[in-house]
Design a protein around this ligand. Structure first.
Ligand code: AHR
Length: 742
């Protein structure tokens, strides 16, 4: 079969959505301090190891338990040392919670130098470059005068630069500039002195002076530039699950993230580390303004993460969160002669931040508890601030609530994405708008590979075709420091001095750089690959998983009598059983006389078919027959479900027209292992020359790395379209631009 794209360039399907490609930043995998936020010192405020308020520390297994019972890793407790700092040469240091710098600071460091030194090791070392300058400051106090030598040194003690700071009296800010004489990715910061009295240090910081747009307390230039290179339309921030937290104390609050950084309350992030909140609301808005993009602020709506033993806040606390959200809006928007506008002005931005455009009420919240809070926040905030676009995290419109845009999240395998390019084709055009706020091919592509980019690209062709309703997207997460990974894959991997984009990064760059003016009518005629999934048929009885046998592929029949004493039945089949992939399964669920088959793929969930079932007695006889991509399910001999699994199109494509350039743009994905000759059939004559930007590689598993950061990057070639046919390379994402000849 010839694969064909029939195109009518002059027939407008829909306009492009200018906001289609955005970015989503969450402080995960150390994306903040030591990442996008250019701070070079780890544990700069000495509070990394403080057990989060309300939680208990379990020393034996290095975890903390939240008030609602959520258990989370906690491997840097101050009971086991001072994270990131060491003392040597006779210096002694201890943490204290007495007389800290201010009420936001939970700890200070008491040091007796005695001729020795203390060292901060940074985020896997402090990266310095010859001729570059670094701004150090600290708040310190000392009863007796103490000369403290601040130096950047190699691990073996070679001094790259040093400055003396004379500390005496109560807390004061001491600062200096250091210029490195050498390149070193693993330097350290050393503070040494001959003083034998106690010097108390309340806060420290070391920043490169060369930050993005030269901002003090700014962003790491190379990482910020990687973001702007994506030409994003907006930035969603600050999360993600960190907005929700796993306790009321770990929930995000705007008011902790503005003002002098040493006066901001720290915040335990549920991704397993502390943040000093230096990268706060003001800095995010400043980045948006500097980058010329819109800002989307996500705020907590009075509940913690529902996947982590949720805490539904009481009315008083909901009101506190509500006020926090309102203050954030006022901080961005109010004139400088108002309370919150004045705070913004005092922080260096007198004019309102006009980049704030979107407000998201919660993150991944759902159900009745969410609906109540959503309504409470939406009704009141919308009435006061009608100028913003509001986003819900669930389909609240189905509960009759006013809803503008719904944020949907997908984490799955590449095949899920490629098989669902038509997901939005039948959206109600009068219904809510969709924002795909988080998505990534995760299963089977943890390090970020070509296969993931192919699946995502195919999915995005479907989204582009529906961008009249699916108006925004953002890949997630954005950053990962592999030394502190909490989630994989992530769009950009970085260490303390360099970074690389995974293939999805380059795919997104290609898509964002080639938007066009409108989507034109087109149809894609392609062969489909059948899904022949293999796995295990098992069910759960009294909480235990019972395995019946292997199933899938060529025809197989398996049956079992399963326990239904609790009136409920869940049978899983095609469960891969691979470690970490227990979300890859089909579930037969029977409850209240109804049954359905649900496909779980990563975190994505799709109801394949629904039916009626009769469950009587204490057991039911379940039979599952499979034949390739088809299955039948019988309960007590009665056929309840019959389904054909979605197949995967060999090619997926979307066509737009760039009116200014007079060009047709075809985004075309070949997810197969073979080159495919594609027939390009257009109503309007096309030039026989085209520029084709291709992202491909030797294998589906190919990716980039610190060693080979550009192993998988797009390449642009001028090609000839011969007899209307183009050869599309195996495993490739393509952007084809060709002139329309009128
Ligand atoms: O992107 C990682 C996490 O996935 C986000 O924090 C959360 O919103 C989602 O569950």
């Amino acid at each position: 079969m010839l694969q064909t794209i029939n195109i009518s360039p002059d027939k407008r399907l829909c306009d492009i959505s200018p906001a289609l490609y955005g970015i989503f930043f969450e402080d995960i995998s150390r994306a903040g301090d030591g990442g996008l936020y250019a701070e070079m010192l780890i544990n700069r405020a000495f509070d990394d190891g403080v057990t989060p308020e309300g939680c208990t520390y379990n020393a034996d297994c290095k975890t903390i338990t939240s008030p609602t019972g959520w258990i989370s890793g906690f491997n840097c407790s101050e009971t086991e040392g001072i994270h990131g700092w060491t003392a040597s040469g006779g210096a002694q240091m201890t943490l204290t919670d007495k007389d800290t710098l201010n009420k936001a600071r939970k700890r200070a460091l008491n040091v007796r130098f005695n001729g020795g030194n203390i060292v901060n090791h940074g985020f896997q070392g402090i990266p310095v470059k010859a001729g570059c300058t670094y701004r150090f400051y600290m708040f310190a106090r000392s009863g007796a005068a103490a000369d403290i030598n601040i130096s950047i040194v190699s691990e073996s003690g070679k001094i790259y630069d040093h400055q003396m700071l004379a500390v005496e009296g109560g807390y004061a800010k001491y600062e200096c500039l250091l210029e490195s004489s050498s390149d070193d990715g693993k330097a350290v910061l050393s503070l040494s002195s001959n003083s034998t009295d106690t010097v108390t240090i309340g806060f420290t910081s070391l920043f490169p002076t060369d930050t993005f747009m030269g901002r003090e307390n700014g962003l790491r230039k190379d990482l910020a530039e990687k973001l702007t290179a994506l030409k994003p339309a907006f930035l969603r921030f600050p999360g993600g699950c960190i907005v929700e937290g796993f306790s009321k104390e770990t929930a995000h609050r705007f008011e902790d993230t503005i003002g002098n950084v040493w006066e901001r309350r720290p915040h335990w992030l549920l991704w397993g580390y502390n943040t000093t909140n230096g990268l706060g609301y003001h800095e995010f808005l400043q980045f948006c303004e500097d980058a010329g993009i819109d800002a989307m602020y996500v705020f907590n709506c009075g509940m913690t993460c529902q996947a982590r033993c949720p805490d539904y806040f009481n009315d008083a606390l909901v009101e506190e969160m509500y006020n926090d959200a309102v203050h954030a809006i006022l901080y961005a928007a109010a004139p400088p002669d108002t309370e919150w506008g004045a705070k913004r002005a005092a922080n260096g931005h007198s004019e309102p931040f006009r980049c704030l455009k979107y407000l998201e009420i919660g993150n991944e919240n759902y159900g009745e508890e969410y609906n109540k809070r959503y309504k409470y926040f939406y009704d009141r905030i919308k009435a006061e601030f009608p100028q913003y676009a509001y986003i819900a995290t669930d389909h609240t419109e189905k509960s009759g609530l006013p809803t503008e845009t719904v944020d949907e999240h997908f984490y799955s395998d590449p095949i899920f994405f490629a098989a669902n390019t038509d997901m939005y084709d039948s959206l109600d055009r009068d219904g809510v708008d969709i924002y795909v706020g988080e998505y990534a091919a995760t299963i089977g592509c943890k390090k970020g590979n070509l296969y993931g980019a192919l699946g995502e690209a195919a999915f995005l062709t479907g989204i582009e075709r529906n961008q009249d309703k699916v108006k925004m997207t953002s890949y997630a997460p954005l950053f990962n420091n592999p030394a502190y990974t909490a989630w994989e894959p992530d769009l950009i991997s970085f260490n303390n001095h360099t970074s690389y984009g995974i293939p999805s990064y380059y795919m997104l760059k290609m898509f964002a750089e080639n938007r066009g003016s409108y989507v034109c009518e087109h149809t894609v005629i392609t062969e489909q690959q059948k899904r022949r999934e293999q796995g295990v048929f098992r069910y759960t009885a009294s909480g235990e998983k019972v395995t019946v046998g292997n199933i899938g592929g060529n025809r197989q029949s398996l049956s079992a009598d399963v326990d239904i004493t609790d009136g409920k039945l869940t049978v899983s089949f095609w469960d891969t059983c691979a470690e970490g992939e227990d979300q890859n399964r089909y579930d037969l669920v029977c409850e209240n006389g109804k049954s359905s088959v649900i496909h779980y793929n990563g975190w994505s969930k799709e109801v394949i078919c629904e039916g009626c079932c009769e469950l009587n007695g204490s057991s039911a006889h379940i039979e599952i027959d499979t034949d390739g991509d088809e299955f039948e399910i019988r309960i007590n001999g009665v056929l309840i479900h019959k389904a054909v699994l979605r197949s995967v199109p060999n090619i997926s494509a979307v066509c737009t027209v760039d009116e200014a350039a007079g060009e047709l743009i075809i985004k075309l994905v070949n997810i197969t292992e073979k080159d495919i000759a594609v027939n390009i059939n257009s109503d309007i004559q096309l030039s026989d020359k085209a520029s084709v930007t291709v992202l491909t590689a030797e294998s589906m598993e190919s990716g980039n790395s610190f060693e080979f950061p550009e192993a998988v990057v797009p390449v642009t070639n001028e090609v000839v379209i011969s007899n209307g046919k183009l050869n599309i390379a195996a495993r490739s994402v393509n952007v084809i631009r060709t002139a329309l000849i009128r």
